[in-house]
Design a binder for this molecule. Sequence first.
Ligand SMILES: [Zn+2]
Length: 142
Amino acid sequence: MPARQQLRQQVESHAGGCCEYCRMNQSLQGATFHIEHIMPQSQGGTDVLENLAWACPSCNLHKSDRTQAVDAETGVQVVLFHPRQHNWDEHFLWDEYAMMGRTSIGRATTMALDMNHIRRLQIRQAEERLGLFPPRDSTEIK
Ligand SMILES: [Zn+2]
């Protein structure tokens, strides 16, 4: 197997088939998820496992080459969620179908990646009917 394909499989397998930002499950999506460079190649990010995340097209396109965004609550620019350095549950939680930031990083990432677009909420509702939402190991507001 070519090295690039092997790397792709490693990233997907590590992610358990879910987007590492919004936790959407790939199984219901027509589009194949992307290999996302956490530190963009334009800023020196390389093709090493620690710099690659499994991302749905929407998260990948919204993140683009950004690594920082403003937390609207504090007005402070912070780093975006880093799937290899940060723990998802420390920064996000679910409020029904909406993804909420628990921290500055979580809030800035939720806004920057447009995590609560109406289509995303509809996908989460559809995933729920198939037992795919909320994703395993994530926290909900009860
Ligand atoms: Zn996503």
